[in-house]
Design a protein around this ligand. Structure first.
Ligand code: CP
Ligand code: NVA
Length: 311
């Protein structure tokens, strides 16, 4: 049996696939100019297909962008929170995967534990998409890279500075750095460093990833500055995180050290006054609203790829 095209993590894909997805996202976005949000794309690559979505954690962008996105591709959606499902009462994830595979054409999961998404995919005969786990957020990074490229051209050879918690979103940037050829400077306190397996894989693959605990050093001359919440869903050490990460706030003084035309990204939701100031969020370098919108375009391209309509 041919393996379904899962979109679990960026490091599992290859550079031509990522490029094809990014280019398709841009083309689909351009083709929608002037069209209603509920109109279906001309090629309708998901016609006759259903996407199931399972959420173990809260979501605004991921939920709405996937739901609107599958409709724009000509397909339908079914959304459930895990606690409403038998999963919430202990039905094994493997059995859930086998059952849903008989009813839908693809499954997007936002899960507490990354291993659960991997296990689901192992037992699913339809494509599985990672909609965020404790370890990574690959769909987000595709939208982020699309946003950067729309405003500043190809990301290859450019420098992205990650400032703050070395979390799941940071991990997907590490995964993408190798394949898309950008330099990634990561500034985080030692206690909140990125996953060592991700760093080791990136080093093995020759990625240009540099670690520092000094946000100023990371941002200096960068083309893009990115941050995220200091307390992710599932984190329990709220007060310690806020205290330790305080020197990592992205404010105008920090942005001034980046390249003159540097852009600011944040996956949202933002905690204004914590990881980022109002002045940066609402300032001229901020692309956060385009970034949020691009979730829909990037994920439509991801779904088109999963359905074998691309690459
Ligand atoms: N950035 C992001 O994934 O947002 P949601 O948690 O609202 O889906
Ligand atoms: N790092 C954040 C991202 C939210 C979209 C979290 O996992 O909660």
């Amino acid at each position: 049996m041919t393996q379904p095209r899962h979109f679990l993590d960026i490091w599992r894909l290859d550079a031509p696939t990522l490029r094809a997805i990014l280019d398709d996202a841009k083309a689909r976005k351009a083709a929608r100019a002037g069209r209603g949000q509920a109109e279906v794309d001309a090629d309708a690559p998901a016609k006759g297909k259903t996407l199931a979505m399972i959420f173990q954690k809260n979501s605004t962008r991921t939920r709405f962008s996937f739901d609107a996105g599958i409709r724009q591709l000509g397909g339908a959606s079914i959304i459930a929170t895990a606690s409403d499902m038998q999963l919430g009462r202990g039905e094994p994830i493997e059995d859930t995967a086998r059952v849903l595979s008989r009813m839908v054409d693809a499954v997007m999961i936002r899960a507490n534990h990354h291993e659960d998404v991997e296990r689901f995919a192992q037992y699913s005969s339809v494509p599985v998409i990672n909609g965020l786990t404790d370890k990574s957020h690959p769909c987000q990074i595709m939208a982020d890279l699309q946003t950067f490229e729309e405003h500043r051209g190809l990301v290859a050879g450019r420098t992205i500075a990650w400032v703050g918690d070395g979390n799941n979103v940071c991990a997907s940037f590490i995964h993408a750095a190798t394949l898309l050829g950008f330099k990634l400077n990561i500034a985080c306190p030692a206690v909140y460093h990125p996953d060592l397996v991700d760093l080791a894989r990136a080093a093995e693959q020759g990625a240009k990833v540099e670690m520092t605990d000094d946000p100023r050093a990371a941002v200096e001359g960068a083309d893009c500055v990115v941050t995220d919440t200091w307390v992710s869903m599932g984190d329990v050490d709220h007060d310690e995180r806020l205290a330790t990460l305080e020197p990592y706030q992205v404010d105008e003084a920090l942005m001034a050290l980046a390249a003159k035309d540097a852009v600011f990204l944040h996956c949202l939701p933002a905690h204004r006054g914590e990881e980022v100031t109002d002045a940066v969020m609402d300032g001229p370098q901020s692309l956060v609203w385009d970034e949020a919108e691009n979730r829909i375009h990037a994920q439509k391209a991801i779904m088109a790829w999963c359905f074998g309509r691309l690459g």
